[in-house]
Write a protein that binds this ligand. Structure first.
Ligand code: IPE
Ligand code: IPE
Ligand code: MG
Length: 261
């Protein structure tokens, strides 16, 4: 089924930049938004594949802090699409034992109230699930995430709860949107673009990157498996001279990867 994948060594956390929906649609004479709609079955096939292969954390970039600069119609479509998707798919994810999380600025006044409510409901409903964690990076920006963490830490310093000299990488990691999320082992970007576009800047310090030319709506569990095979061919050294198959702990300056589920 998953040709070539060593199921005893699947990455614990796979983070995906789902890119190329607009180009997929353009190539078919469709509107960009139809490309986003075509990306939904791709995502849900990838979720099923990840679950079957034993990935414990899957993160998908659904809307960046920079995506507000798109035209009003596309932004509105994407907001509504997220509401609709949660409404239609939440119970299915719950039935599979998947825990839903959102990272990003959900309190931004531009985020519609009904979406904020559905996000909270989905997180609450699935809180006890353990089969896999599905993280939606929505209104997410890596720089904003670090800025928010620094702000919270500064407030604690002012209140006298943290001494400035005690701040280290672990302090920042503990104030990110989802502190229990392990760092991604593998970051995949589709559509041939070779950049991070502000995705998981802190968390991906030691991630392996796989870039594929496949446009997101054409991606599925099999392309995911190919990316995992590529990941498994890499030596992860974390700055040492040897291949370290078990990543060290997250947070500290010498500890780029997570050790939690
Ligand atoms: C990714 O596809 C989806 C979102 C950013 C929401 P794009 O819409 O960026 O597609 P391209 O890159 O224009 O083809
Ligand atoms: C990154 O893709 C954001 C998401 C996939 C949600 P973009 O298409 O927005 O990134 P750029 O503009 O090509 O850097
Ligand atoms: Mg794009």
């Amino acid at each position: 089924m998953y040709e070539g994948v060593d199921l005893s060594r699947v990455p614990r956390h796979v983070a995906i930049i789902m890119d190329g929906n607009g180009r997929w649609a353009n190539a078919r004479g469709l509107h960009r938004t139809q490309g986003h709609a075509a990306g939904e079955p791709a995502l849900f096939d990838v979720i099923d594949g990840a679950l079957e292969m034993g990935v414990k954390w899957l993160t998908a970039y659904t809307f960046s802090t920079e995506n507000w600069s798109r035209d009003e119609y596309e932004v509105e479509f994407l907001m509504h699409f997220n509401v609709d998707l949660l409404q239609r798919r939440r119970d299915e994810l719950h039935a599979k034992g998947i825990r839903i999380h959102f990272i990003g600025d959900r309190n931004d006044p531009r985020v519609p109230d009904d979406l904020r409510k559905r996000i909270e409901d989905a997180e609450e409903l699935t809180r006890g699930n353990e089969a896999m964690h599905m993280v939606f990076a929505f209104n997410y920006g890596g720089r904003n995430e670090i800025v928010a963490a620094v702000g919270e830490i500064a407030a604690k310093v002012r209140a006298g709860n943290i001494e400035p000299e005690d701040i280290d990488a672990g302090t920042i990691a503990a104030h990110l949107y989802l502190p229990e999320m392990p760092d991604p082992d593998l970051v995949i970007r589709t559509s041939g673009e070779l950049r991070t576009s502000n995705y998981l800047l802190w968390e991906s310090a030691y991630s392996e990157y796989v870039f594929t030319p496949v446009l997101w709506p054409d991606f599925d569990r099999h392309t995911l498996a190919e990316c995992i095979v590529e990941y498994q061919s890499r030596n992860r050294r974390f700055g040492s001279a040897e291949d370290l198959s078990v990543p060290p702990r997250r947070g500290g300056t010498d500890s780029p990867a997570g050790d939690r589920d």
